[in-house]
Write a protein that binds this ligand. Structure first.
Ligand SMILES: NC(=O)c1ccc[n+]([C@@H]2O[C@H](COP(=O)([O-])OP(=O)(O)OC[C@H]3O[C@@H](n4cnc5c(N)ncnc54)[C@H](OP(=O)(O)O)[C@@H]3O)[C@@H](O)[C@H]2O)c1
Length: 340
């Protein structure tokens, strides 16, 4: 397994990392789309065995049960794993009634969330602590000071962010520089052939300021695996049969055209749509790690094939052409003259 440097930081992450959102029993937004504990353990064992030693979770996944399960599984393996988790959303779930400091990026909320994650994960530190989404109600400096305190205390080795607007990300980097605080090493963002909007602002910012990129939902929640068919309802038991709103996001001409191109390339090179879609991301120089979602060992095995897929320049060009969204203003204006 190749390892890539996380931006300008010293942390090395596996090119494919394991996304732990699908483990742990959930009564919240992941209800009905996670694996059993037995299957989760088999998937985790196989992932580590294949060299996917970077694992991404969050306090909010399965209301803390993802971290709990990981904590149990990590026993005796902690030193072999680069562990990433997140704070910002309430552990009790996105729709739950919460106390003021059970969520957000205030100093108090961050310290409480971190202590609770360390307890669930049964570890004294996480390697990468990420804020799950920006919080405009809290001064950037307060968030960065709290995160820096965790680094100084040895509870967190690196800090990163996820789901930030471009301006807020850059403002955070400036604030860290001005105040001599620990800067974000990475941005975790939605990135796949079906969701390329992060290329407007976040990818150029990461390139310009030396941040690592971790791509989430690289198969568009499974849409790019090819198991969904145009004009047919999502197969029983699949994530998009449960997540109806997300299904509506992808069940449109543009996304079906992207899938047509993925299947054409996969057919030509004798691979699968999942492996081709992940290989397209792997080929992006700005990418540090693809956070692979796999509910079963069979899915993981298929997704691991991305590492051996060789996309020719004409394959990449075909995938790029089919998946390029309307960038809008000002990217279209600038892009007509030079890369933005
Ligand atoms: N920072 C954030 O806001 C954020 C948001 C989302 C995710 N993430 C991170 O990104 C990770 C991956 O996200 P994701 O789970 O949405 O990734 P994804 O790769 O887009 O979707 C994974 C799902 O697709 C299906 N699938 C995967 N491989 C398949 C295959 N080979 N054949 C058929 N179906 C397949 C499975 O769902 P079914 O079998 O249930 O259909 C699986 O649970 C998460 O675990 C989490 O760590 C972060």
């Amino acid at each position: 397994m190749e390892h890539r440097q996380l931006g300008r930081s010293g942390l090395r992450v596996s090119l494919l990392s394991f996304g732990a959102m699908t483990i742990g029993e959930s009564q919240g937004f992941m209800k009905g789309v996670t694996s059993t504990e037995g299957e989760a353990r088999r998937v985790l064992d196989r992932a580590l065995d294949a060299g996917m030693d970077t694992i991404d979770t969050a306090n909010v996944y399965s209301e803390g049960n993802s971290e709990e399960l990981l904590g149990r599984w990590l026993e005796g393996k902690r030193d072999r794993v680069t562990l990433a988790t997140k704070c910002r959303f309430p552990t009790s779930g996105l729709g739950a009634r919460v106390a003021p400091h059970d969520q957000g990026l205030s100093r108090k909320a961050i310290l409480r969330a971190c202590e609770a994650s360390l307890r669930r994960l049964r570890t004294d530190h996480v390697d990468l602590y990420q804020v799950h989404m920006q919080d405009r109600s809290v001064p950037i400096e307060e968030t960065l000071e709290a995160l820096t305190g965790l680094v100084r205390a040895g509870k967190v080795l690196y800090v990163g962010c996820s789901n930030y607007a471009g301006y807020r990300l850059v403002e955070s980097l400036w604030a860290a520089d001005r105040r001599h605080l620990v800067p974000f090493a990475s941005i975790q963002m939605q990135w796949s052939l079906a969701a390329r909007e992060g290329e407007r602002e976040l990818v150029p910012a990461a390139r310009a300021f030396g941040l690592g990129i971790l791509a989430w939902s690289p198969l568009a929640r499974g849409f790019l695996s090819g198991k969904y068919r145009r004009g047919a309802p999502p197969p029983e038991g699949s994530r998009l049969s449960v997540w109806q709103d997300t299904w509506k996001m992808f069940d449109n001409d543009r996304c079906w055209r992207v899938l047509d191109a993925v299947e054409a390339v996969a057919g030509r090179i004798g691979s699968t749509p999942s492996a081709v879609s992940l290989a397209w991301l792997v080929g992006r120089p700005e990418l540090s790690s693809v956070i692979v979602g796999a509910r079963t060992v069979a899915q993981l095995e298929e997704n691991l094939q991305a590492l051996t897929v060789k996309l020719a320049p004409e394959d990449v060009a075909e995938l790029d052409r089919a998946s390029t969204p309307d960038w809008g203003y000002p990217q279209n204006f600038i892009g007509a003259r030079e890369p933005w």
